[in-house]
Write a new protein. Structure first.
Length: 196
């Protein structure tokens, strides 16, 4: 990313939100919200990552999370909370769950993991679109025409380049990265049955 990622820190304890923001400001574009409703007012498509407290008066973190998904915002959400996880988290559409207290290293590694998996998901979507075009042309054009087409050769070059980028990203993944990357990937339908 050429521009620094935008991180929204949401916590009803201003000292906590401000402390997280102060640690992150050198690396990211950071804003804070001191409650659920304030977070909802601030949220838009420019936010890349939300660090979201669960237990807040008024509008809870769980409600903010549901609203983020209802609005179909593409931001990644990490619940950063003192609430011990229970089985209710199985149905919650967050991308990561971090238990307080949270160190500076934990904050940075969480954000970087979410940004990496978000980038991977975006590239996977692009790759899927390229493979769909490729498969359509292969199914509907004679081989001789495909062999003579500069556009088709460019398409195959783009596919190769995107596949290399995906492989490079996956090579850096650990188990947590894989879990975050593929948690909601089924919604986007990775390529199936498409011949390379």
């Amino acid at each position: 990313m050429t521009e620094p990622a935008t991180v929204l820190v949401v916590d009803d304890e201003p000292d906590v939100a401000d402390a997280y923001a102060a640690q992150l400001k050198g690396e990211y574009s950071v804003s804070t919200a001191y409650g659920g409703q304030e977070a909802l007012d601030e949220l838009d498509d420019t936010v890349d990552v939300v660090l979201l407290d669960r237990r807040m008066p008024g509008v809870s973190g769980d409600e903010v999370l549901d609203e983020i998904r209802d609005r179909d915002l593409s931001c990644r959400v990490a619940m950063v909370t003192a609430v011990d996880p229970d089985f209710d988290i199985i149905e919650m559409p967050f991308d990561d769950y971090v238990i307080k207290p949270v160190s500076r290293d934990d904050l940075f590694s969480t954000i970087e993991r979410l940004l990496t998996t978000s980038e991977y998901k975006s590239k996977l979507r692009k790759y899927y679109a390229l493979t769909a075009k490729h498969a359509t042309l292969v199914a509907n054009k004679p081989e001789s025409e495909l062999a003579e087409s500069e556009e088709f050769a460019d398409l195959e070059d783009q596919m190769d380049e995107m596949r290399d980028q995906l492989d490079e990203t996956v090579a850096t993944f650990d188990d947590d990265d894989f879990a975050a990357a593929f948690r909601d990937i089924g919604d986007d339908a990775a390529p199936t049955g498409v011949e390379e």
